[in-house]
Ligand binder design. Structure first.
Ligand code: HEC
Ligand code: HEC
Ligand code: HEC
Ligand code: HEC
Ligand code: HEC
Length: 475
């Protein structure tokens, strides 16, 4: 029966294309990338229509600052996060506006329409066509996440929202991890979905809205990886790493992820002492004031802490080499701390690469690769771990809306490793011992791309050292 409808649908669309009629798509067709089998789903992953533009109004949602009146600590953490910045983020805005100007054809345009779904989800659901950048309800806000009653699966934001009505001061119901919260200005409802990766996977799994090309696959990478054991007692969800982090506790796959006892709301407001409060810093690899909102104080250092606990390096040398011979060595990069590939997310932009140096006893450079020049360009001989998308003509592109296929993807899976081999000539006049040093670098995006997108507002992006190793060889 389903196949029959599929065939009829294809015939119908082909017919419209034949007539050259534009096919006004039903927004309810924003299907998730895939559905979970019923036995694997939390109760609130359902087969019901998702929320589409016009189902709710922005005025129904509370601004984060009003939630902050009773949840001051959580508000402070969230305020410095990329979630708070997801709409006004200048890099996002530059790419989004470029897409609006240059996208051609139904498929590309449909993909550009999709950006708002995740970067300003209540603006999208409220069908507000004028979306001021400084709107305090912009980005991924408290009352979006906690008004999610259910989803229909994974990817492309398949959310079903059930907000209260801020305009009428009706708090509505907030969905969260507690089953025994007292009613307050809002009611409370336990949501298993919120305690699992599937909640994050609604947005952190992005497919091209026109041609279904997988663009961001963080949830899928996690689901297929070792942190998803299939056993609820041992599975390590996104929240276990990303919502346990706080200063001093990077909370990664290679570090402890201790509980954070405290109050969700001060006792005088009705909060109870809890063995664990989930933190809301939402830290990834972003450290710049482009990605982070103005005034973000803790996140930059926390992102460095996270990156420094994501990977380790090993070096092995072919010890038979002598002066005048070829020196052969290998550097292994191990993904020891991330629950998904490194890097993940916006992987066509993210850059991870090795800087390798061989020096002699006087510090004279015998070999080097992976250096960055004054303009911020990485040595073209270095391997960059990232994804390259191709467009219709087969050319590499950073314009996701124009992407039709993946040209290459050499990132490192969770608990997986990559081996890189190096070879160089040892001059006869070097002073031993030789020293091999390798540093694993991370940068959020290529400098020239950000310079081109942000022009005079561009900034120099930080390069973070994720891991370092060195060894001496006496020959
Ligand atoms: C008048 C004070 C007040 C305001 C305003 C307020 N909350 Fe609460 N909220 C509380 C209290 C008290 C609790 C209970 C905490 C506990 O059980 O320890 C709570 C609990 C919660 C929970 C946990 C629900 C559960 O069952 O797991 C969530 C989520 C939540 N609030 C979100 C929000 C959001 C989002 C806003 C803004 C729209 C908001 N709150 C505004 C007082 C408030
Ligand atoms: C990206 C989605 C998201 C945003 C934005 C968000 N939260 Fe949460 N929040 C969660 C999730 C998920 C949990 C539960 C995690 C778990 O159980 O594994 C949670 C837990 C909570 C709780 C229960 C106490 C705790 O922290 O364990 C409260 C209260 C809460 N959030 C309030 C807020 C407020 C207030 C804001 C805005 C300042 C906010 N949240 C923003 C997703 C979000
Ligand atoms: C409504 C969609 C949405 C939901 C739900 C969501 N996120 Fe996000 N998240 C985003 C967007 C969009 C960004 C990028 C914002 C930016 O950089 O401008 C982001 C950024 C992040 C980052 C920062 C990445 C970096 O580069 O520093 C982390 C970490 C993160 N999210 C974790 C989570 C976790 C964990 C959950 C589930 C508890 C979650 N998110 C739920 C949309 C979402
Ligand atoms: C075992 C711990 C762990 C788990 C589980 C985990 N992460 Fe991460 N995450 C990390 C570490 C470490 C980093 C920093 C390295 C990096 O950037 O890839 C990171 C980085 C990120 C980033 C930023 C990536 C970038 O380079 O821009 C995002 C987004 C993110 N995580 C989202 C998620 C989501 C969504 C889930 C669940 C599907 C998840 N993470 C599960 C540890 C974890
Ligand atoms: C299904 C949800 C979803 C959709 C649709 C989506 N994004 Fe994102 N976007 C994300 C998430 C999640 C991240 C965080 C990933 C990371 O940090 O690596 C992100 C990060 C970004 C960033 C990186 C910001 C930074 O500061 O590093 C840019 C730029 C961006 N998106 C642009 C777009 C554009 C343009 C579109 C539409 C063509 C779009 N996104 C559509 C979920 C989405």
């Amino acid at each position: 029966m389903r196949l029959y409808y599929k065939i009829m649908h294809v015939m119908f669309v082909s017919f419209l294309l034949f007539l050259n009629v534009s096919y006004a798509s039903d927004p309810r067709e924003w299907s998730p990338t895939w559905k979970l089998p019923p036995e694997k789903r939390p109760e609130n992953i359902v087969d019901l229509p998702i929320t589409v533009p016009g189902d709710v109004r922005i005025s129904q949602f509370f601004s984060p600052i009003s939630c902050g009146a009773c949840h001051p600590e959580i508000f402070k953490m969230w305020s410095g996060s990329t979630h708070a910045n997801a709409w006004r983020n200048p890099l996002f805005q530059a790419l989004y506006n470029l897409g609006k100007k240059t996208a051609e054809g139904e498929s590309e345009k449909r993909n550009i329409e999709s950006c708002v779904r995740c970067h300003f989800p209540i603006g999208h659901s409220g069908a507000e066509t004028i979306l001021p950048l400084d709107d305090e309800k912009g980005g991924v806000i408290c009352d979006f996440c906690h008004s999610v009653r259910a989803t229909t699966g994974i990817g492309n934001a398949p959310y079903i929202l059930s907000p209260g009505n801020a305009a009428a001061m009706e708090g509505g119901t907030k969905y969260g991890p507690f089953a025994d919260s007292p009613d307050t200005i809002h009611k409370n409802q336990y949501s298993e979905l919120h305690t699992r990766s599937e909640f994050c996977g609604g947005c952190h799994d992005v497919s091209h809205a026109g041609n279904n090309l997988p663009i961001e696959q963080t949830y899928t990478e996690w689901r297929q990886g070792p942190y998803n054991t299939g056993d609820p007692k041992t599975t390590i969800h996104c929240q276990d790493c990303h919502m346990r982090q706080r200063p001093g506790f990077p909370s990664t796959g290679s570090t402890d992820r201790p509980d954070n006892p405290g109050f969700a709301s001060p006792e005088i407001m009705g909060g109870k002492k809890r063995p664990h409060i989930w933190t809301h810093y939402f830290v990834g690899g972003s450290v710049t004031p482009i990605s982070l909102p103005p005034g973000s104080e803790l996140q930059p250092q926390m992102a460095v802490d996270r990156l420094k606990n994501a990977a380790t390096l090993e070096v092995s040398v072919d010890s038979t080499s002598k002066k005048g011979d070829l020196l052969k060595f290998q550097i292994d990069i191990n993904n020891t701390g991330a629950g998904h590939y490194i890097p993940t997310g916006l992987t066509e932009m993210r850059q991870m690469w090795l800087k390798v140096m061989v020096t002699d006893a006087d510090g004279k450079i015998v070999y080097q690769s992976g250096k960055v020049d004054e303009k911020g360009n990485i040595d073209p001989n270095a391997t960059i771990y990232h994804t390259v998308f191709g467009d219709e003509k087969g050319k590499p592109t950073l314009h996701v809306w124009a992407a039709t296929h993946i040209i290459s993807d050499n990132r490192i899976p969770p608990q997986g490793k990559k081996e890189e081999r190096f070879i160089c000539l040892i001059p006869t006049d070097v002073r031993t011992p030789l020293k091999i040093t390798a540093v694993l670098h991370y940068r959020s995006a290529p400098q020239d791309v950000v310079d081109a997108l942000l022009r005079e507002k561009s900034i120099k992006l930080h390069i973070i050292d994720m891991a370092e190793i060195s060894t001496e060889i006496s020959l």
